[in-house]
Design a protein around this ligand. Structure first.
Ligand code: ASP
Length: 295
């Protein structure tokens, strides 16, 4: 799609699992700095695909979110990571599921997209691919992974989940989305949620880019990101397309949040959980960062 006004737009999320009453000032500062960094990439003409990969890799590396470094172990004691990335212009996509021992699952997901004929690699196959292609540094799980800052093992059940994601529109009209997670706390060994699934967790085409966070089982059953994309393409305004899909997640018993940007430069960041760590900026929207309503 042409972007004659050379607009850009960016939205980031750090998960729809924040606990009401907690102080997320450190996370908000991190999101704000990262959004400014991504804004400079977009204003200098970097592609939406590069920007969302960069943003999610930074979110994975910092240990503040339930993704990458901040991921919690599953019920068998392993950290299993899921990530996906999609280029709206080409509709190419890549994903990894239940990947262990790597710093940046989103970079491996992009590798799957660019270096294989496949969309997703899982488990030991994803690990072999990542090792063979040297996409990101291998870590010692016992010393690398940490609970996200501010989360203790006692309040894992309260915190529940928290993923990271990025969506962007670049000045040439390209849209892209990426999402990464350690999954839900206490998940079963081998459990895979919406995050690495192209369609439910992550979607980008020539009209819209979307990243979901929330209870993956309900997001998948509600149709997730593609349900929003199809509503939007059929003429439903962005806000309604997102709210209708979130309503469906709620009706099925889950909670979730969404970030979306469109080829028109619109941004939506609604959620039906207690809050969602989020940030956005565009040609027409000043940098905005929040966790709960009204902050
Ligand atoms: N959607 C993720 C999952 O179900 C969790 C989250 O977004 O917090 O794995």
């Amino acid at each position: 799609m042409t972007n004659t006004k050379k607009q850009f737009a960016l939205a980031l999320h750090g998960g729809a699992g924040p606990v009401a009453g907690r102080d997320y000032a450190v996370t908000e500062k991190h999101l704000s700095d990262l959004a400014k960094d991504c804004e400079s990439w977009l204003t200098t003409g970097r592609s939406a695909l590069d920007v969302v990969e960069h943003a999610v890799a930074e979110l994975e590396a910092c240990g503040l979110y339930v993704a990458g470094r901040g991921s919690a172990p599953n019920s068998a004691g392993h950290v299993e990571l899921d990530a996906s990335i999609m280029d709206g212009r080409s509709r190419e996509a890549g994903a990894v599921a239940a990947l262990c021992d790597f710093v940046s699952p989103v970079q491996v997901a992009r590798g799957v997209m660019e270096k294989t004929p496949h969309v997703m690699l899982a488990g030991s196959g994803a690990l072999e691919f990542a090792r063979a292609n040297g996409f990101s540094e291998v870590v010692d799980p016992a010393n690398y992974y940490t609970l996200p800052v501010g989360v203790t093992s006692d309040d894992i059940q309260d915190t529940g989940h928290g993923t990271v994601g990025a969506v962007a529109l670049d000045k040439s009209g390209g849209l892209a989305a990426a999402t990464s997670t350690g999954g839900t706390f206490g998940k079963l060994h081998g459990r895979i949620g919406d995050t690495p699934l192209i369609g439910p967790g992550t979607w980008a085409d020539d009209a819209i880019a979307i990243s979901f966070t929330g209870t993956g089982e309900h997001i998948i059953r509600a149709g997730g990101a593609t349900a929003i994309a199809f509503r939007y393409r059929s003429g439903v305004p962005l806000v309604d397309a997102v709210e209708e899909t979130l309503g469906e997640v709620k009706r099925l018993g889950g909670d979730a949040g969404v970030i979306a940007v469109t080829s028109q430069g619109e941004i939506a960041m609604p959620y039906n959980s207690a809050g969602m760590k989020r940030a956005c900026v565009s040609t027409t929207t000043p940098l905005t960062v929040a966790t709960f309503a009204g902050n």
